[in-house]
Design a protein around this ligand. Sequence first.
Ligand code: AMP
Length: 485
Amino acid sequence: MENVKKLIRNNSIYSTPYLTLSSDKFHEECGVFGIFGHPEAANLTYLGLHALQHRGQEGAGICSSDGRQIFIEKSMGLVTDIFTEKRLKRLPGDIAIGHNRYSTAGASSLKNVQPIMVNFSLGSLAIAHNGNLVNAVELKNDLEARGAIFQSTSDSEVIVHLIASSRAGGLYERIVDAVRRLSGAFSLLLMTENELIAIRDPYGFRPLSLGKYDGGYVVASETCAFDLIDATYERDIEPGEMLIIGSGGIKSIKPFPSVRQASCIFEFIYFARPDSNIFGNLNVDEIRKEFGRQLARENPVDADIVIPVPDSGVPAALGYSDESGIRFDFGLIRNHYVGRTFIEPRKSIRHFGVKIKLNPVRKLLEGKRVLVVDDSIVRGTTSKKIIKMIKEGGGAKEVHMRISSPPIVGPCFYGIDTATRKELIASTHLIEEIRKFTTADTLRYLSLEGLLKVVRNPEKYCAACFNEKYPVFSTQDTVEQMKMF
Ligand code: AMP
């Protein structure tokens, strides 16, 4: 382990793309939604998934149960396109779970879309997973050696096989036995014919909340899904908690050894929706605004106007404007009918992305000293195009770039698609070099101390993309990596 850490510090294991695995789709963000005890379970799941669409646009699926049988409908595409009235009618019953899948470059195919549904000796089971397992390869190799046949390249299927092949007694015991063998990030929803089971990994990497709706229970990656259906938020599913929701009520089990909480700070920076409350009911919008205020305190500049890179930079830009007193306006207009450029699976499309998506408002920007706020720089290509756009299309005199998170220096192994180490511009370039590359007049990031100050309990977060302090590793995976040299 020490050797592994040393290698990581020296960057050596990442100079080969960490995930050859990633081309094999071991890289997932995603959103999950589940409901127990409502006659319109599938319809409500459809709405929940729609609210969680930002967490994944590659494909979606819903499984429902009428108490006797599990039904499934899933496809590639957006929730509203997939679920026609006809398809929703094919999902009867009072229990349902749903999943939105995020796409990264490479094999995007229907077989990887979730939920996964299986029939095995103890009945039927459906599973929806948000997060990324760091020991998936190790587990998969082991299962295959014992005769398991995988249908997808998604690490979530590993969980199903672990449950099916477990030698523990009943279903709960088998589930516990299986999830105890997982390493990494998992916010999981499982459904049997009669129960909804929600599990959050002991680090609490990804959010997962419990709510109530019309006499039933709902579980979702983010609370914005509750708002849409008028469900009330009850509490977070705790890190390391397994909730079994059945006709007798809710049962809570803590099947994992306790570890330090390591909730993903990037959910606050970019991934979660601002109207959601996550990680102990903290409002994402409020936190993002405070990132912006802190950014302004740390990095003041004389400018005429503060503009966000929409949509993700909006709350931080408002915070920056609030703290600095520099007027805020929308200097870039986003075309909402284009998917996130980052998500486009083909490189050639991504290349056009920013131009297709954003247009400068020349009337606002011409001749001005413009301060532009974005939430993060990953590869640096977006910032470069945006600054060019503000200068050339907008006619700005100066462009000062402010980023409401620290430089991203480490890849994420727990489910945020922030590229391989080699591709992360801040892992190989100094800030001044990035400034030159983006052609900004000045470029400043929020400091790590500033970021952690805003979220208050820094010990409860994973900030490995900024400080490379990875909370959990799979030795097997890293051994695989080392073999590549
Ligand atoms: P880049 O051009 O690679 O530097 O991408 C930076 C842009 O991508 C920023 O505008 C971010 O808002 C956005 N971004 C950051 N992380 C992600 C992610 N995991 N998925 C999609 N977009 C992201």
